[in-house]
Design a protein around this ligand. Sequence first.
Ligand code: HXC
Length: 290
Amino acid sequence: MAALRALLPVVRRPLRSWPGCAALRPFASEADFKYILTEKKGKGRNVGLIRLNRPKALNALCEGLMAELNQALAAFEADPAVRAIVVTGGEKAFAAGADIKEMQNQTFQDCYSGGFLSHWDQLTRVKKPVIAAVNGYALGGGCELAMMCDIIYAGEKAQFAQPEILLGTIPGAGGTQRLTRAVGKSLAMEMVLTGDRISAQDAKQAGLVSKIFPVDTLVEEAIQCAEKIASNSKLVTAMAKESVNAAFEMTLTEGCKLEKKLFYSTFATEDQKEGMAAFVEKRKANFKGQ
Ligand code: HXC
């Protein structure tokens, strides 16, 4: 009880504002960014591309970078022209983890009362599909960031790891949870307890990655996948994403119930009528997202 009482002042204190915790606002222009590059890609410019761009530090995920990433995600989420998002890094590194130099002197008090990392999962709240295109290192927070995306494509030299144990800490942005769900307990436990890296090929075999491409075509392939997704109904795509993600949160019975409700809901959309009519009339569907 005494220990609980001692914690109360900490709990009551408002979250200190880590830069990334600031309210999300759409960016005014791409020139605002220091650590990322953004662009609209694809034939219909309907794919939002976010490139982590801090090459000298192998895209270490400093607070400034994470704040910019969240801003760019919010802007693409709010942009009706953008239908899917690709997050990528450089050839050597997708991201070599959270910024160790920023973290090294943090105290428990700083982390706990400041809500350290509390803004990292913004990516998981994006309704539009997000594809991670991973070349090079995806380590620690970099691997966790990739796992928050909906699909992971890897370049053939990509390497994935949760090496936090080698720094005297553990993954703190979902690594122990998402990795375990993705690759199963034995491999996840081995990676988390040893810090060993796995190759793109092993990651694909384990189910962490869906496809592998040559380094120089990876991002284009991810954009093409995003365009394919963008050609489907925006509304129904969001429902499909919600339903797949529910598999990580619910029991099988609950998940199937949610799926059935969402399935029924698609019959209230114009896009379901259009999709099925197009099949019967042997033509391409023209989805309006309604
Ligand atoms: C800060 C980093 C960094 C990181 C690399 N750098 N990773 N800075 N945080 N995570 C910096 C280096 O300090 C160096 O800067 C520059 O990037 C190039 O790195 P080198 O080590 O010289 O390159 P190389 O020899 O090719 O080795 C590459 C590497 C190695 C194997 C990726 O850098 C490495 O092991 N990095 C740390 C990986 C890691 O432990 N990640 C987990 C972080 S903890 P200078 O200024 O010296 O040139 C984490 C916790 C997550 O992510 C918790 C929840 C989010």
